[in-house]
Design a protein. Structure first.
Length: 273
């Protein structure tokens, strides 16, 4: 009897937290625009601008022939969209309300809801944007074919999840040293413009150079996404297990850091500012 009540209570709490996360996620999506559709449109425009910029740059540099044999736009999309999803996840979780935020004074709100809502808002906008871009490419330019779409979808979700856990590390650090956390986040974002490997084909990179990239989970995610997308590309310098394990380890560290910060953080830190 008591076990049944406890299970029912736990289920109710979980459902209440998910409901709060949904409403907070909707608030996140509409935070910069009155209508949620505008947030999706802006994400779509940003992705299209990235695609256009890299298309012109790689064409001008004569790198189109050095890419994977297949649809060049799909090659660009596998790198650029994984990068954008990863970076937006990092920024969203870093900027989520922490334990010292005034929003935490409201009873249903807590840091877990803030983290989940920020993560889900990014996943929602990026997923819709990706589907719209794929539909646009398929109908306007030429039909696209994805060799193994479940694997490519897994890499997309992994780019989002890995970005969320890295953002969680910055979020846990921010109340202690906010300026340093902001600087480290910007350094990470800027470094991944190159370190993610979205502009290169890993199989064509010299072995001596691979060591500068293979520490980065996003490098493995992008290369594996191209392996799942193109039938004639087989990644030799990356694997999907490494970003999965790295994401799980960083998730544990990030949750421990966030729990420690939530326990010892105080509004009085900012009283003299």
């Amino acid at each position: 009897m008591f076990e049944s009540r406890r299970s029912h209570s736990t289920f109710s709490l979980a459902m209440a937290m998910l409901e709060n996360s949904f409403h907070a996620g909707a608030r996140k999506v509409r935070q910069t625009h009155r209508y949620a559709i505008m947030a999706i449109v802006m994400s779509l425009i940003q992705s299209l601008l990235f695609l256009a910029a890299f298309y012109v740059m790689l064409t001008f540099l004569g790198q189109r022939g050095a890419s994977v044999r297949g649809d060049f736009m799909l090659y660009l999309l596998t790198g650029i969209f994984a990068y954008l999803t990863h970076i937006k996840s990092v920024q969203a979780i870093t900027g989520a309300e922490n334990s010292t935020s005034a929003l935490m004074q409201h009873a249903p709100m807590n840091t877990l809801v803030a983290i989940l809502s920020s993560a889900l808002s990014v996943l929602y906008t990026q997923t819709v944007s990706l589907l719209m871009i794929l539909l646009l490419l398929h109908t306007v330019l030429q039909p696209i074919t994805i060799h193994y779409w479940p694997g490519a979808l897994l890499m997309f979700i992994l780019s989002w999840a890995s970005g969320c856990v890295i953002g969680l590390l910055f979020m846990a650090l921010k109340p202690w040293v906010p300026d340093l956390a902001g600087i480290l986040q910007q350094v990470y974002v800027r470094a991944n413009m190159i370190a993610s490997g979205k502009m290169f084909v890993a199989n064509m990179m010299p072995t001596a150079v691979i060591g500068l990239f293979d520490w980065n989970p996003l490098f493995h995610i992008i290369d594996q996404a191209r392996g799942f997308t193109f039938v004639n590309y087989f990644p030799h310098h990356s694997n999907w297990q490494y970003p999965v394990y790295a994401t799980l380890v960083l998730l544990v560290i990030g949750m421990m850091g966030e729990a420690y910060t939530r326990r010892y953080a105080s509004d009085s830190w900012n009283a003299g500012r």
